[in-house]
Design a binder for this molecule. Structure first.
Ligand code: GMT
Length: 378
Protein backbone atom coordinates (compact mmCIF):
# COMPACT_ATOMS: atom_id res chain seq x y z
CA UNK A 1 0.00 0.00 0.00
CA UNK A 2 1.23 3.52 -0.88
CA UNK A 3 2.31 5.51 2.19
CA UNK A 4 0.68 8.96 2.26
CA UNK A 5 2.51 12.06 3.43
CA UNK A 6 0.32 13.18 6.38
CA UNK A 7 -1.40 16.50 5.82
CA UNK A 8 -2.79 18.98 8.32
CA UNK A 9 -6.25 19.83 7.11
CA UNK A 10 -8.72 22.48 8.29
CA UNK A 11 -12.28 21.20 7.74
CA UNK A 12 -14.96 23.88 7.79
CA UNK A 13 -18.66 23.11 7.48
CA UNK A 14 -22.05 23.29 9.16
CA UNK A 15 -22.06 21.09 12.27
CA UNK A 16 -25.74 20.16 11.85
CA UNK A 17 -27.69 17.17 10.51
CA UNK A 18 -27.65 18.57 6.94
CA UNK A 19 -25.87 16.59 4.25
CA UNK A 20 -22.98 19.03 3.79
CA UNK A 21 -22.10 18.83 7.50
CA UNK A 22 -22.32 15.05 7.43
CA UNK A 23 -20.01 14.86 4.40
CA UNK A 24 -17.47 17.25 5.99
CA UNK A 25 -17.47 15.27 9.23
CA UNK A 26 -17.30 11.80 7.69
CA UNK A 27 -14.53 12.92 5.31
CA UNK A 28 -12.56 14.37 8.24
CA UNK A 29 -12.93 11.11 10.15
CA UNK A 30 -11.85 9.06 7.09
CA UNK A 31 -8.79 11.29 6.61
CA UNK A 32 -7.89 11.08 10.30
CA UNK A 33 -8.16 7.29 10.15
CA UNK A 34 -5.59 7.41 7.35
CA UNK A 35 -3.13 9.34 9.51
CA UNK A 36 -3.88 12.92 8.45
CA UNK A 37 -4.48 15.53 11.14
CA UNK A 38 -7.92 17.09 10.82
CA UNK A 39 -9.03 20.33 12.48
CA UNK A 40 -12.77 20.96 12.46
CA UNK A 41 -13.57 24.66 12.64
CA UNK A 42 -17.24 25.49 13.24
CA UNK A 43 -19.70 26.85 15.81
CA UNK A 44 -20.50 23.60 17.63
CA UNK A 45 -19.39 20.00 17.80
CA UNK A 46 -20.47 18.37 14.50
CA UNK A 47 -23.30 15.91 15.22
CA UNK A 48 -21.58 13.02 13.49
CA UNK A 49 -18.25 13.68 15.24
CA UNK A 50 -18.33 10.93 17.83
CA UNK A 51 -15.64 8.65 19.22
CA UNK A 52 -12.03 9.33 20.12
CA UNK A 53 -9.28 9.94 17.56
CA UNK A 54 -5.89 11.49 18.27
CA UNK A 55 -5.77 12.97 14.77
CA UNK A 56 -8.97 15.02 15.20
CA UNK A 57 -9.25 18.44 16.86
CA UNK A 58 -12.33 20.63 17.14
CA UNK A 59 -12.02 24.44 17.26
CA UNK A 60 -15.23 26.15 18.31
CA UNK A 61 -16.13 29.51 16.77
CA UNK A 62 -17.79 31.74 19.39
CA UNK A 63 -19.41 35.02 18.42
CA UNK A 64 -19.60 37.29 21.47
CA UNK A 65 -22.72 39.20 22.36
CA UNK A 66 -22.44 42.93 21.76
CA UNK A 67 -25.31 45.45 21.79
CA UNK A 68 -24.42 46.79 18.35
CA UNK A 69 -24.51 43.32 16.79
CA UNK A 70 -28.08 43.06 15.56
CA UNK A 71 -26.65 40.45 13.17
CA UNK A 72 -23.76 38.65 14.92
CA UNK A 73 -20.80 38.68 12.48
CA UNK A 74 -20.16 34.92 12.42
CA UNK A 75 -18.24 35.09 9.15
CA UNK A 76 -15.65 37.47 10.59
CA UNK A 77 -15.13 35.45 13.74
CA UNK A 78 -14.86 32.31 11.61
CA UNK A 79 -12.23 33.97 9.40
CA UNK A 80 -10.24 35.00 12.50
CA UNK A 81 -10.47 31.47 13.88
CA UNK A 82 -9.26 30.05 10.56
CA UNK A 83 -6.28 32.43 10.67
CA UNK A 84 -5.41 31.24 14.18
CA UNK A 85 -5.75 27.57 13.44
CA UNK A 86 -3.80 27.77 10.17
CA UNK A 87 -1.04 29.72 11.88
CA UNK A 88 -0.66 27.82 15.14
CA UNK A 89 -1.55 24.32 13.95
CA UNK A 90 0.53 24.76 10.78
CA UNK A 91 -2.23 23.66 8.44
CA UNK A 92 -1.43 22.69 4.85
CA UNK A 93 -4.90 23.18 3.38
CA UNK A 94 -8.34 24.56 4.26
CA UNK A 95 -11.29 22.55 2.96
CA UNK A 96 -14.55 24.48 3.18
CA UNK A 97 -17.97 22.96 2.60
CA UNK A 98 -20.79 25.18 1.31
CA UNK A 99 -20.04 28.46 -0.44
CA UNK A 100 -21.35 30.88 2.16
CA UNK A 101 -20.18 31.85 4.59
CA UNK A 102 -17.40 29.26 4.53
CA UNK A 103 -15.71 29.92 1.17
CA UNK A 104 -16.02 33.70 1.57
CA UNK A 105 -14.64 33.60 5.13
CA UNK A 106 -11.79 31.37 3.90
CA UNK A 107 -10.92 33.96 1.25
CA UNK A 108 -10.60 36.62 3.95
CA UNK A 109 -8.50 34.32 6.16
CA UNK A 110 -6.25 33.50 3.21
CA UNK A 111 -5.64 37.19 2.49
CA UNK A 112 -4.89 37.99 6.15
CA UNK A 113 -2.43 35.10 6.28
CA UNK A 114 -0.83 36.19 3.02
CA UNK A 115 -0.05 39.55 4.65
CA UNK A 116 1.88 37.59 7.25
CA UNK A 117 3.74 35.57 4.61
CA UNK A 118 1.69 32.39 5.09
CA UNK A 119 0.18 30.80 1.98
CA UNK A 120 -2.74 28.43 2.47
CA UNK A 121 -4.72 26.85 -0.37
CA UNK A 122 -8.52 26.79 -0.11
CA UNK A 123 -10.56 23.90 -1.50
CA UNK A 124 -14.29 24.62 -1.76
CA UNK A 125 -16.90 21.88 -2.01
CA UNK A 126 -20.31 22.90 -3.31
CA UNK A 127 -23.21 20.91 -1.89
CA UNK A 128 -26.42 22.04 -3.45
CA UNK A 129 -28.64 24.59 -1.85
CA UNK A 130 -25.70 27.06 -1.83
CA UNK A 131 -26.03 26.91 -5.63
CA UNK A 132 -29.54 25.77 -6.52
CA UNK A 133 -31.44 27.96 -4.02
CA UNK A 134 -29.05 30.79 -3.13
CA UNK A 135 -27.91 30.97 -6.75
CA UNK A 136 -31.33 32.30 -7.61
CA UNK A 137 -31.07 35.00 -4.94
CA UNK A 138 -29.35 38.12 -6.24
CA UNK A 139 -28.46 39.31 -2.76
CA UNK A 140 -25.86 36.53 -2.42
CA UNK A 141 -24.73 36.19 -6.02
CA UNK A 142 -21.66 38.49 -6.12
CA UNK A 143 -20.21 36.98 -2.94
CA UNK A 144 -20.80 33.37 -3.99
CA UNK A 145 -19.35 33.99 -7.47
CA UNK A 146 -16.29 35.70 -6.01
CA UNK A 147 -15.70 33.07 -3.32
CA UNK A 148 -15.90 30.23 -5.85
CA UNK A 149 -13.68 31.96 -8.41
CA UNK A 150 -11.04 32.66 -5.75
CA UNK A 151 -10.87 29.13 -4.37
CA UNK A 152 -7.72 27.22 -5.33
CA UNK A 153 -9.75 24.14 -6.21
CA UNK A 154 -13.49 23.60 -6.45
CA UNK A 155 -15.50 20.40 -6.23
CA UNK A 156 -19.21 19.68 -6.69
CA UNK A 157 -20.97 16.59 -5.37
CA UNK A 158 -22.60 15.67 -8.71
CA UNK A 159 -22.44 16.37 -12.45
CA UNK A 160 -25.84 17.99 -12.11
CA UNK A 161 -24.58 20.43 -9.47
CA UNK A 162 -21.50 21.22 -11.56
CA UNK A 163 -23.75 22.08 -14.51
CA UNK A 164 -26.05 24.20 -12.31
CA UNK A 165 -23.06 26.09 -10.89
CA UNK A 166 -21.91 27.11 -14.38
CA UNK A 167 -25.52 27.93 -15.29
CA UNK A 168 -26.26 30.19 -12.29
CA UNK A 169 -22.86 31.83 -11.77
CA UNK A 170 -20.13 33.29 -13.93
CA UNK A 171 -17.46 30.76 -12.97
CA UNK A 172 -14.08 31.03 -14.63
CA UNK A 173 -12.48 27.97 -13.05
CA UNK A 174 -12.80 24.25 -13.51
CA UNK A 175 -14.99 22.30 -11.12
CA UNK A 176 -14.18 18.68 -10.32
CA UNK A 177 -17.03 16.31 -9.54
CA UNK A 178 -16.38 14.27 -6.40
CA UNK A 179 -19.53 12.44 -5.35
CA UNK A 180 -20.59 11.90 -1.77
CA UNK A 181 -19.67 8.61 -0.17
CA UNK A 182 -20.61 6.04 2.44
CA UNK A 183 -18.92 3.45 4.53
CA UNK A 184 -19.89 0.10 3.01
CA UNK A 185 -21.25 -1.89 5.96
CA UNK A 186 -21.93 -5.60 6.29
CA UNK A 187 -25.59 -6.61 6.68
CA UNK A 188 -26.66 -6.00 10.26
CA UNK A 189 -29.36 -8.46 11.31
CA UNK A 190 -29.24 -7.24 14.90
CA UNK A 191 -30.26 -3.66 14.00
CA UNK A 192 -32.81 -4.96 11.51
CA UNK A 193 -34.52 -7.16 14.09
CA UNK A 194 -34.59 -4.41 16.72
CA UNK A 195 -36.10 -1.86 14.33
CA UNK A 196 -38.68 -4.25 12.94
CA UNK A 197 -39.74 -5.34 16.41
CA UNK A 198 -40.30 -1.67 17.31
CA UNK A 199 -42.17 -0.46 14.25
CA UNK A 200 -43.80 -3.31 12.29
CA UNK A 201 -45.47 -6.61 12.94
CA UNK A 202 -45.20 -9.74 10.79
CA UNK A 203 -44.69 -9.08 7.11
CA UNK A 204 -45.68 -5.41 7.19
CA UNK A 205 -43.51 -3.23 4.96
CA UNK A 206 -41.42 -0.54 6.63
CA UNK A 207 -40.95 2.70 4.70
CA UNK A 208 -38.53 5.40 5.89
CA UNK A 209 -37.88 9.04 5.00
CA UNK A 210 -35.10 11.13 6.55
CA UNK A 211 -34.57 14.84 5.93
CA UNK A 212 -34.56 18.29 7.47
CA UNK A 213 -38.27 18.73 6.56
CA UNK A 214 -37.57 21.83 4.48
CA UNK A 215 -40.13 22.63 1.73
CA UNK A 216 -37.62 21.40 -0.88
CA UNK A 217 -38.01 17.86 0.55
CA UNK A 218 -41.78 17.74 -0.22
CA UNK A 219 -42.59 15.76 2.93
CA UNK A 220 -46.32 15.80 2.16
CA UNK A 221 -45.49 13.84 -1.02
CA UNK A 222 -43.81 11.23 1.20
CA UNK A 223 -47.07 10.88 3.11
CA UNK A 224 -49.18 10.81 -0.07
CA UNK A 225 -47.00 8.03 -1.48
CA UNK A 226 -47.27 6.10 1.77
CA UNK A 227 -51.05 6.55 1.85
CA UNK A 228 -51.31 4.89 -1.58
CA UNK A 229 -48.88 2.12 -0.60
CA UNK A 230 -50.77 1.14 2.54
CA UNK A 231 -54.07 1.03 0.65
CA UNK A 232 -52.58 -1.94 -1.24
CA UNK A 233 -50.34 -3.57 1.36
CA UNK A 234 -49.87 -3.43 5.14
CA UNK A 235 -47.13 -0.90 5.84
CA UNK A 236 -45.74 1.61 8.32
CA UNK A 237 -43.74 4.77 7.79
CA UNK A 238 -40.97 6.23 9.97
CA UNK A 239 -40.27 9.93 9.41
CA UNK A 240 -36.79 10.80 10.71
CA UNK A 241 -35.68 14.41 11.17
CA UNK A 242 -37.14 17.76 12.03
CA UNK A 243 -37.68 21.12 10.38
CA UNK A 244 -40.18 23.69 9.16
CA UNK A 245 -42.69 21.26 7.57
CA UNK A 246 -42.85 18.75 10.41
CA UNK A 247 -45.91 20.28 12.03
CA UNK A 248 -47.77 20.35 8.70
CA UNK A 249 -46.84 16.72 8.09
CA UNK A 250 -48.00 15.57 11.52
CA UNK A 251 -51.27 17.43 11.02
CA UNK A 252 -51.70 15.75 7.61
CA UNK A 253 -51.28 12.29 9.11
CA UNK A 254 -53.89 12.99 11.79
CA UNK A 255 -56.37 14.42 9.28
CA UNK A 256 -55.87 11.41 7.02
CA UNK A 257 -56.29 8.93 9.88
CA UNK A 258 -52.75 7.62 9.44
CA UNK A 259 -51.20 8.81 12.68
CA UNK A 260 -51.22 5.23 14.04
CA UNK A 261 -49.14 4.04 11.08
CA UNK A 262 -46.72 6.96 10.75
CA UNK A 263 -44.05 7.60 13.38
CA UNK A 264 -42.39 11.02 13.55
CA UNK A 265 -39.27 10.19 15.54
CA UNK A 266 -37.48 13.55 15.21
CA UNK A 267 -33.77 14.03 14.63
CA UNK A 268 -31.65 10.94 15.14
CA UNK A 269 -27.84 11.00 15.33
CA UNK A 270 -27.36 7.59 13.69
CA UNK A 271 -30.26 7.14 11.22
CA UNK A 272 -28.52 4.00 9.88
CA UNK A 273 -29.92 1.98 12.76
CA UNK A 274 -33.49 2.71 11.65
CA UNK A 275 -32.64 2.40 7.95
CA UNK A 276 -31.24 -1.09 8.53
CA UNK A 277 -34.77 -2.34 9.19
CA UNK A 278 -36.44 -0.62 6.23
CA UNK A 279 -37.90 -2.07 3.02
CA UNK A 280 -38.10 1.25 1.19
CA UNK A 281 -36.65 4.76 1.34
CA UNK A 282 -38.81 7.58 -0.07
CA UNK A 283 -37.17 10.81 -1.29
CA UNK A 284 -39.53 12.89 -3.47
CA UNK A 285 -37.51 16.16 -3.31
CA UNK A 286 -38.15 19.19 -5.48
CA UNK A 287 -34.40 19.58 -5.91
CA UNK A 288 -31.52 17.45 -4.67
CA UNK A 289 -27.94 17.96 -5.77
CA UNK A 290 -26.96 14.46 -4.67
CA UNK A 291 -29.26 12.83 -2.11
CA UNK A 292 -26.85 11.53 0.52
CA UNK A 293 -29.74 10.16 2.59
CA UNK A 294 -30.74 7.91 -0.33
CA UNK A 295 -27.17 6.64 -0.62
CA UNK A 296 -27.06 5.93 3.13
CA UNK A 297 -30.22 3.86 2.75
CA UNK A 298 -28.88 2.02 -0.32
CA UNK A 299 -25.67 1.11 1.54
CA UNK A 300 -27.88 -0.81 3.97
CA UNK A 301 -29.67 -2.60 1.16
CA UNK A 302 -32.74 -0.37 1.21
CA UNK A 303 -34.18 0.36 -2.26
CA UNK A 304 -35.19 3.93 -3.06
CA UNK A 305 -38.17 5.58 -4.72
CA UNK A 306 -37.14 9.13 -5.46
CA UNK A 307 -37.88 12.02 -7.74
CA UNK A 308 -35.73 12.29 -10.86
CA UNK A 309 -34.39 15.74 -10.07
CA UNK A 310 -30.80 17.11 -9.87
CA UNK A 311 -28.14 14.56 -8.97
CA UNK A 312 -30.56 11.80 -7.93
CA UNK A 313 -30.25 9.90 -11.25
CA UNK A 314 -26.48 9.71 -10.58
CA UNK A 315 -27.16 7.92 -7.28
CA UNK A 316 -30.43 5.99 -7.55
CA UNK A 317 -30.21 3.87 -10.67
CA UNK A 318 -33.55 3.25 -12.40
CA UNK A 319 -34.66 -0.39 -12.10
CA UNK A 320 -31.56 -1.40 -10.14
CA UNK A 321 -31.45 0.38 -6.78
CA UNK A 322 -35.05 1.56 -7.06
CA UNK A 323 -37.06 3.89 -9.27
CA UNK A 324 -37.05 7.56 -10.24
CA UNK A 325 -40.31 9.40 -10.95
CA UNK A 326 -41.20 12.96 -11.95
CA UNK A 327 -41.37 15.45 -9.05
CA UNK A 328 -44.87 15.41 -7.55
CA UNK A 329 -46.05 12.22 -9.26
CA UNK A 330 -47.11 10.46 -6.07
CA UNK A 331 -49.21 7.87 -7.93
CA UNK A 332 -46.25 6.68 -9.96
CA UNK A 333 -44.03 6.68 -6.87
CA UNK A 334 -46.51 4.43 -5.02
CA UNK A 335 -46.77 2.06 -8.02
CA UNK A 336 -42.98 1.84 -8.13
CA UNK A 337 -42.85 1.11 -4.41
CA UNK A 338 -45.25 -1.82 -4.89
CA UNK A 339 -43.12 -3.11 -7.79
CA UNK A 340 -40.07 -3.02 -5.50
CA UNK A 341 -41.90 -5.00 -2.79
CA UNK A 342 -42.62 -7.74 -5.37
CA UNK A 343 -38.87 -8.14 -5.96
CA UNK A 344 -37.51 -6.98 -2.64
CA UNK A 345 -34.35 -9.10 -2.70
CA UNK A 346 -33.37 -8.07 -6.22
CA UNK A 347 -33.71 -4.36 -5.43
CA UNK A 348 -32.04 -4.71 -2.06
CA UNK A 349 -29.00 -6.35 -3.69
CA UNK A 350 -29.09 -3.73 -6.46
CA UNK A 351 -29.08 -0.91 -3.90
CA UNK A 352 -26.07 -2.39 -2.11
CA UNK A 353 -24.12 -2.94 -5.32
CA UNK A 354 -24.68 0.64 -6.57
CA UNK A 355 -23.78 2.03 -3.13
CA UNK A 356 -20.46 0.16 -3.28
CA UNK A 357 -19.37 2.51 -6.11
CA UNK A 358 -19.41 5.34 -3.54
CA UNK A 359 -17.05 3.74 -1.06
CA UNK A 360 -15.45 6.19 1.36
CA UNK A 361 -11.86 5.10 0.66
CA UNK A 362 -12.17 5.68 -3.07
CA UNK A 363 -13.69 9.13 -2.60
CA UNK A 364 -11.14 10.08 0.10
CA UNK A 365 -8.40 9.35 -2.49
CA UNK A 366 -10.09 11.80 -4.86
CA UNK A 367 -10.15 14.55 -2.21
CA UNK A 368 -6.48 13.92 -1.39
CA UNK A 369 -5.64 14.37 -5.09
CA UNK A 370 -7.56 17.66 -5.10
CA UNK A 371 -5.62 18.84 -2.03
CA UNK A 372 -2.37 18.10 -3.91
CA UNK A 373 -3.60 20.03 -6.96
CA UNK A 374 -4.48 23.02 -4.74
CA UNK A 375 -1.10 22.82 -2.96
CA UNK A 376 0.73 22.73 -6.29
CA UNK A 377 -1.16 25.83 -7.43
CA UNK A 378 0.23 28.00 -4.64
O1 GMT B 1 -30.63 18.72 1.75
C1 GMT B 1 -30.51 19.61 2.57
O2 GMT B 1 -31.41 20.35 2.87
C2 GMT B 1 -29.17 19.82 3.27
C3 GMT B 1 -28.14 20.19 2.27
C4 GMT B 1 -26.89 20.72 2.91
O3 GMT B 1 -26.37 21.66 2.36
O4 GMT B 1 -26.42 20.24 3.92
O5 GMT B 1 -27.85 19.04 1.49
C5 GMT B 1 -27.21 19.24 0.25
O6 GMT B 1 -25.93 18.63 0.38
C6 GMT B 1 -25.96 17.20 0.53
C7 GMT B 1 -24.53 16.73 0.72
O7 GMT B 1 -23.73 17.01 -0.39
C8 GMT B 1 -26.63 16.56 -0.67
O8 GMT B 1 -26.67 15.17 -0.53
C9 GMT B 1 -28.06 17.10 -0.80
O9 GMT B 1 -28.64 16.58 -1.97
C10 GMT B 1 -28.04 18.62 -0.87
N1 GMT B 1 -29.42 19.12 -0.77
C11 GMT B 1 -30.05 19.69 -1.80
O10 GMT B 1 -29.54 19.84 -2.89
C12 GMT B 1 -31.45 20.10 -1.53
Amino acid sequence: MKVEEPLRIGMVGYPTYGGSGVVATELGIALANRGHQVHFITYSQPVRLTGVNKNIRFHEVNVSEYPLFVYPPYELVLASKMVDVVKYEHLDVLHVHYAIPHASAAYMAKKILMDEGIHIPVVTTLHGTDITLLGKDDSFKPVITFAINHSDAITAVSESLRTDTFRFFNIKKEIAVIPNFIQVVPECDKWREVVRREFVSGSEKLCVHTSNFRPVKRVIDVLEVFKRIQEKTAARLVMVGDGPDRHKAEQWSRENGLDERIYFVGSVKEPQEILAGADLFILPSESESFGLSALEAMALGVPVVSSDTGGLPEVNIQGVSGYLCPVGDVNQMAECALKIFEEQKKFSDGARSIAAHFDVQKITDQYLSIYQIALNRL
